[in-house]
Design a protein around this ligand. Structure first.
Ligand code: 7PJ
Length: 278
């Protein structure tokens, strides 16, 4: 059985699980600002849990292309009260989408089970903070460049090879810092420094990353690679998002990060029923 320790929860990832997105940034691109009030956030979380989410991912920093950075103080003020309120009311794994060591450490103190870092613990002190805490899982995401400029003609010698190489280096940095490999999750970072064509090549070849022998996470929900292909606005990308979720799961993703939990859970049940009856 493949399980992942996420704080005081154990997550079985033999069958792909759904991570529901809760944005608490005022400028997040798809549900910007809508869920910043705590009671509204709790309602949204309750619905995602009812719909079958196994993890709730809270992000206090917008990392969409061109986004401005946020101060430590602002990020803490956005994330920690919501995290505390969720942990008080629900028994669910909470993941915190952050690249700041202080936010990681505060989040862990308040019950976060996963640290989800789009910068793969490359910022100061992140490795140190996570080496001290042994039970929290960590998602290392690949990004080429930085949010402000990452979509300006990204180029790769060998897309999957370069991403794989990046992961090998980050896994080594983690193990050298004292973070056990069994705590790590890898995410190739759809939309983070990848052109439309590169994103689809990555989706098509994602299964090759299974050779790194760690669970894979995929975040494609409502992204530009769907909108630009289909010419759909952000709130009209459900069909595209479900199609990418199913392809990612077939190519080895064990955690699928989405806005539309109910529809994604249904889609994955169809895939699972097909697999068990193969
Ligand atoms: C991702 C993320 C992703 C992980 C965002 C958005 C932009 N974390 N945070 N993977 N994307 N691990 O949701 O479109 O793809 S923010």
């Amino acid at each position: 059985m493949t399980t992942l320790t996420c704080g005081n929860h154990s997550l079985n990832i033999e069958i792909p699980k759904v991570m529901g997105i809760l944005n608490v940034t005022p400028d997040s691109f798809s549900d910007g600002g809508k869920f910043s009030r705590i009671d509204v956030a709790l309602e949204q979380v309750e619905k995602m849990i009812f719909d079958g989410a196994s993890i709730i991912d809270i992000g206090g920093e917008s990392t969409r292309p061109g986004a401005q950075s946020v101060s430590e103080k602002n990020e803490l003020e956005r994330v920690i009260p919501v995290l505390k309120a969720i942990k008080k009311r629900f028994d669910i794994i909470v993941s915190i989408d952050t690249s700041k060591a202080v936010v990681m450490s505060e989040a862990i103190a308040h019950g976060a089970g996963i640290i989800n870092d789009v910068r793969a613990l490359q910022n100061d002190d992140c490795l140190k903070v996570l080496a001290q805490e042994r039970c929290v899982a960590i998602c290392l995401m690949h990004m080429k460049g930085l949010p402000r400029t990452m979509q300006h003609e990204p180029q790769y010698d060998d897309l999957i090879g370069d991403i794989s190489h990046f992961f090998q280096q980050r896994i080594l940095a983690c193990t050298e810092a004292g973070i056990n490999k069994s705590r790590l999750i890898l995410d190739p970072g759809f939309g983070f420094g990848k052109s439309l064509e590169q994103n689809y090549r990555l989706l098509a070849n994602m299964s090759k990353l299974q050779s790194l022998d760690l669970p894979l996470l995929a975040g494609l929900s409502r992204k530009s690679m769907i909108g630009n292909l289909l010419k759909r606005e952000v709130n009209d990308r459900l069909a595209g998002s479900l199609a990418t979720a199913i392809i990612a799961a077939q190519n080895g993703a064990k955690i699928i990060r989405v806005h539309d939990v109910k529809e994604t859970v249904d889609t994955l049940k169809i895939l699972q029923a097909t697999i068990v009856n193969t």
